[in-house]
Design a protein around this ligand. Structure first.
Ligand SMILES: Cc1ncc(COP(=O)(O)O)c(C=O)c1O
Length: 345
């Protein structure tokens, strides 16, 4: 039996949608990561019960950290983006986490930068707070190990496994690939496919703007130390409209009610499955659809049939174009502009 709700929420479902398409479905993905990170900080004496943990979040990490703090008797302070909605705000308040929400700002990149600046101000006032640095501290990789073990067990017979997921901090996709590939002596045949919104700096798409809103949680306008570029084989850039079509199709065809990054991942996963008839493709569903009802699912009549969508193949980021592009990354290191941020924050 679980000892706290966070353990139940953190455990994902593995659902076979058809013979070679598997959904790794979380209620809220980062709970498993935050629990393991806080546990490690306590075990190593980096923090003590009652200390305050601080971070910035656009949504699901705030909830995850608040639950982990509740589980382990810590205080929690969040600098939240404009995308933190009423449901989350209310839960954070009752859970005892404090939230500073940034002023509304249509540019989510600017919102991200302002949140980092605010974190530095808070740390100057409260040097005793522990900054979690979910985007930079690889302590956030730890929690995904048990999930990789479970995926390995349950897809054991598959000759090759392709893992597809949105890349925000990079911890979930990076950690799953690292653990699934396992020991260097006998590496498993695991390909990693990252999904990005247009405008994201992480893999060099900052020059292509998506006129619709950015997909919350994936992509970045600043370099993140937790993204291990050399783990990714292929990348897909997917527009808001195409991700919307994916989210609606996933609900209609497979009855999975999930968010926008999942809709984008589902499109990419279907495409990868068609290209490689011998492989099993697993995509990550990071959150449920509730936050996206008005902006995504209620617009189901506008959704393009996904059979009409296909990616444009590009050789380098200069060829990227809306609504969907695909590029082989071939486990290349980060471009110089994105490298070197290290894990300083
Ligand atoms: C909805 C959603 N999907 C995907 C991700 C990406 O996860 P990660 O930070 O592990 O790369 C996030 C991260 O915030 C997210 O909020």
């Amino acid at each position: 039996m679980d000892q706290h709700i966070a353990e139940a929420i953190g455990r994902p479902d593995l659902i076979r949608l058809d013979d070679r398409l598997v959904c790794l479905r979380f209620e809220t993905m980062k709970v498993v990561s935050a629990l393991a990170a806080v546990r490690r900080l306590l075990d190593t004496g980096a923090v003590r019960r009652g200390d305050t943990l601080l971070d910035s979040s656009s949504g699901i990490y705030a909830y995850a950290l608040a639950l982990a703090c509740h589980r382990y008797g810590m205080r929690c302070h969040i600098v939240g983006s404009t995308t933190v909605d009423r449901t989350l705000r209310t839960q954070l308040a009752v859970l005892g986490a404090t939230l500073e929400q940034m002023e509304p700002c249509s540019d989510l990149g600017l919102d991200q930068k302002r949140r980092v600046e605010r974190i530095h101000e808070i740390l100057a006032e409260h040097p005793e707070y522990h900054w979690m640095r979910q985007y930079h501290d690889d302590i956030h990789y730890l929690g995904y190990r048990v999930i990789a073990d479970r995926i390995r067990e349950e897809t054991g017979g598959a000759t090759g496994l392709t893992v597809v997921g949105g890349v925000g901090s990079g911890a979930s996709t990076g950690s799953l690939a690292r653990h699934l590939r396992g020991a260097a002596a006998a590496p498993a045949d695991v390909e990693l496919v990252g999904v990005q919104p247009y405008g994201s700096l992480t893999f060099g798409a900052e020059h292509v703007r998506d006129p619709e809103i950015i997909i919350a949680g994936i992509g970045s306008s600043i370099p993140f130390g937790n993204v291990s570029h050399e783990l990714y084989d292929t990348l897909h850039w997917i527009s808001f409209d195409a991700a919307l079509a994916g989210s609606v199709d996933l609900l209609r065809r497979h009855a999975v009610f999930a968010g926008l990054s999942t809709g984008a991942g589902y499109l990419a996963a279907r495409h990868e499955r068609e290209r490689a008839p011998e492989r099993t493709v697993l995509f990550i569903a990071a959150d449920t659809g509730h936050r996206y009802v008005d902006t995504v699912h209620a617009r189901y009549r506008e959704a393009a049939p996904i059979e009409h969508l296909a990616p444009r193949e590009v050789r380098d980021p200069s060829g990227l174009a809306l609504p969907w592009s695909r590029m082989r990354w071939n486990r290349a290191p980060a471009a110089p502009a994105v490298r070197g941020v290290g894990r300083q924050g």
